[in-house]
Design a protein around this ligand. Structure first.
Ligand code: IFM
Length: 461
């Protein structure tokens, strides 16, 4: 007997599934600079917070670093050919800020810009549209040394950096994402300390998030100044939180959790300021003193919202002293989960897209990340039959198609990730790629999920 899940995947075999998406849909895959580039000290690049953090004992699994990663910096042409062989129509990458401004401010390092010039030209020559992320967590260390995201200085620095990159690449890059996952890097980098730069304290995390909002605004304006035709968005990680039980305290925890994790980031991005219920909560626990909350009211409009979606989250009430200060935590997954314990919920993607569309009405939405880590097994013949990852993509794309049919203006989908790569504090053992990377030899092997995705794109209108 086939399960409902198998039936769903069967129904959505490549041609049928691809036919549910619009003609000009951006079929893509994504990476981020520090996770793939390597070449950490080449052509003038200096350390970012992630170089410093990963080189500090005990911070990452097995002390792994992004020094070499996928060595993408040196293997650019071959990786571009790989993307073309997968039929990608779009590629989302991030620019490494410390390659562009090694000191964190001032004039551009032309060798760093040259790399992205070659990348963009190489994409366009292969008919692949570049989607550029300005910031995916690799803050130049000199900026962090002066306070990093917790200080207003970073806002001006980011606008300056956006101007430099815009001037150099704006004639060829149309889609720009300012920040990747402001929630994750402010909360984990400055709150729980599990990510770089490893700082602690919920007030610190809120300050980092605040300057992130302001940097997004300043960076968007700076970019539009030098690239008037730019389409500018921000990538937020919005998952699908549900109450962990029928208890009223869990329902209340869910509202706070959604406020702290999602609305605290979405509302300002859409010019609504911070959500009042959370402002009250944070004031009640002695946070936000001295923060000019009104400063986030003046936000430039988004051309598109970029959504990173991965999982369902079962939220329950918790002691306020726990990590986030909001009296809520996420229970262990109860259904199917990935190698990192994330609960798989494709319909949560549909529900999230519909929610974002109805509550915020962005002109367009792109799924800028979606994917799963599984314990891949390399067969003796070198192949990787990652059926679980293929099923994950198939089910989530079917859910995305359902959302389009419900009126969501979805314009693109970027599989996370093109390559197995440096998964931050989890190092290299956690693999998200549609292409397997042997980190000893740097050999790339397209996994079954990658072949499936290639067939899907090939069948797309
Ligand atoms: O690898 C990360 C990425 O850098 C940001 N979004 C989530 C991915 C998987 O954890």
């Amino acid at each position: 007997m086939t399960t409902a899940r198998e039936e769903r995947i069967g129904r959505d075999a490549p041609a049928a599934l691809a036919g549910r998406f619009p003609r000009d849909f951006a079929w893509g895959a994504a990476t981020a600079a520090y996770q793939v580039e390597g070449a950490h000290d080449v052509d003038g690049r200096t350390p970012s917070v992630w170089d410093t953090f990963s080189h500090t004992p005990g911070r990452t699994l097995n002390g792994e670093t992004g020094d070499v990663a996928c060595d993408h910096y040196h293997r650019l042409e071959a990786d571009l050919d790989l993307m073309a062989s997968l039929g990608l129509r779009a590629y989302r990458f991030s620019v490494s800020w410390p390659r562009i401004q090694p000191g964190g401010s001032g004039p551009a390092n032309s060798a760093g810009l040259d790399f992205y010039d070659r990348l963009v030209d190489g994409l366009l020559a292969r008919g692949i549209e570049p989607w550029l992320t300005l910031y995916h967590w690799d803050l130049p260390q000199p900026i962090e040394d002066r306070g990093g995201w917790t200080t207003p200085e970073v806002v001006d620095r980011f606008a300056e950096y956006a101007t430099i990159v815009g001037r150099r690449l704006g004639d060829r890059v149309r889609h720009w994402i300012t920040l990747n996952e402001l929630r994750t890097y402010s909360q984990m980098g400055y709150g729980t300390g599990r990510h770089a730069p490893g700082r602690h304290g919920w007030g610190t995390a809120l300050a980092a998030a605040h300057h992130g909002h302001l940097a997004h605004a300043a960076g968007s304006r700076a970019l539009r100044e030098v690239v008037p035709q730019a389409r500018v968005g921000i990538a937020h990680d919005i998952n699908y939180p549900v109450a962990g039980s029928d208890l009223s305290e869990d329902a209340a925890a869910l509202v706070r959790y959604d406020g702290a994790m999602n609305r605290w980031f979405l509302d300002p991005s859409f010019g609504r300021g911070y959500p009042a219920d959370l402002v009250d909560w944070y004031h009640g626990i002695g946070l936000l003193d001295g923060v000019d909350l009104d400063a986030v009211a003046d936000m430039p409009p988004l051309d598109f919202l970029a959504l990173n979606y991965y999982r369902r989250e079962r939220v329950v009430a918790a002691p306020v002293e726990d990590d986030w200060g909001i009296g809520a935590s996420v229970r262990e997954a109860q259904g199917p989960r990935t190698a990192v314990g994330w609960e798989i919920d494709p319909d949560g993607l549909r529900a999230t897209l519909v929610r974002l569309s109805r509550e915020y009405a962005p002109p367009a939405i792109a799924i800028s990340e979606n994917g799963a880590a599984f314990p891949d097994v390399v067969a003796p013949d070198g192949t990787v039959d990652d059926a679980d990852r293929r099923d994950y993509f198939a089910a989530h794309l079917a859910a995305a198609a359902d959302a389009i049919e419900q009126g969501v203006p979805l314009v693109g989908y970027f599989a996370w990730s093109l390559l197995d790569n440096f998964e931050w504090a989890l190092g290299y053992g956690t693999r998200f790629g549609i292409v397997h990377v042997d980190f000893d030899t740097q050999r790339r092997t397209v996994k079954a999920s990658g072949a499936w995705y290639r067939d899907l794109i090939g069948a797309a209108p």
